[in-house]
Write a protein that binds this ligand. Structure first.
Ligand SMILES: [Zn+2]
Length: 306
């Protein structure tokens, strides 16, 4: 197994250059982009503020998986340009429609990139009102955010000596998920089918389901082996053991909540019992706490939020 070389490049994002390009309208800031070299020209780019990005760089061009947010995308591009000898990104793949994975699309599209995604990504970007997101108002998209190519079935791309296989998983994290297998390099970008060592967000309002999420992780394991490095949507690079541990946790926590529902308890009564307390230390984090995981299972099973 190739050992992971971890290079941390601190990119001081020059505020002046941002203003000159007209892309930064807020206060000054700098941003560190962590670059993890996974071999064969594949790098993971991480800000830990939005979905993890992968790039494959080589003679044929620059292929990028996910594009983060408007306020992060310039730093992401600077990081990839340091690796690619200042080339622009040629091809982008969005793993799903969530904004922290697609809101850099316009930046790269205006610089010549072609964007691929499942058709439901296009559907949501064309009509953001179709996205249910807990009462938040989604900022508007322009046509520059729209994917150019729909990926409707399992698809392969051949670039830079890699066979890259794209797989759609039904009703998993959302109803627009693709995961990406770099076959020769034995690297996978899982999108938000993997939250490494933390409770996952499962977007039930937008086509996700616990059963589909577990099936999605299983379909990643099916095409992987013990040496596969998995780029998570959120969190550090994962192993197949991390994926198996997430499946066990989801099966166990789902059973616990399902039994309490079968006993006739409502959501507030289940929350008061803190039945997932034993999972909290290992899996809770800022976004998805044990309580939020209970709500996810309850909503998944009953279709209700009370
Ligand atoms: Zn997501």
């Amino acid at each position: 197994m190739i050992s992971t070389r971890c290079i941390i490049i601190f990119l001081a994002l020059a505020v002046l250059s941002g203003y000159a390009n007209g892309h930064i309208s807020g206060e000054s800031h700098s941003l560190d982009v962590k670059i993890i070299d996974l071999g064969s020209g594949i790098f993971e780019l991480r800000t830990d503020q939005a979905g993890n990005v992968a790039v494959l760089i080589g003679e044929d061009g620059v292929f990028m998986v996910d594009t983060q947010m408007e306020n992060l995308v310039e730093s992401i591009d600077k990081a990839q340009k340091r690796l690619s000898d200042s080339r622009d990104v040629d091809l982008v793949l969005n793993t799903h429609f969530h904004r922290d994975h697609v809101r850099g699309n316009a930046y790269f599209k205006s610089r010549g990139a072609i964007i691929m995604a499942h058709p439901n990504v296009r559907r949501y970007i064309e009509n953001p009102k179709a996205i249910k997101q807990l009462g938040r108002t989604a900022p508007s998209f322009t046509h520059q955010y729209l994917p150019t190519i729909d990926v409707t079935e399992d698809t392969s791309i051949h670039i830079n000596g890699q066979s890259i296989d794209l797989y759609h998983t039904h009703n998993a994290h959302t109803n627009s998920d693709l995961f990406v297998v770099f076959r020769e390099a034995n690297v996978i970008h899982a999108g938000d089918l993997v939250y490494t060592q933390r409770f996952p967000f499962i977007d039930i309002d937008n086509g996700g389901s616990v059963e589909g999420y577990i099936a999605g992780i299983k379909s990643i394991i099916e095409v992987a082996n013990k040496d596969t490095r998995v780029i998570a949507g959120h969190g550090p690079t994962a192993t197949i053991d991390d994926l198996k541990a997430t499946i066990s946790m989801l099966v166990d926590t789902h059973e616990i909540v399902a039994k309490l529902i079968a006993d006739g308890l409502f959501l507030d009564e289940i929350l008061a019992l803190e039945p997932l307390e034993g999972f909290s230390d290992k899996w809770s984090w800022g976004f998805i706490t044990a309580d939020r995981m209970i709500v996810t299972h309850y909503y998944d099973i009953t279709g209700k939020l009370k």
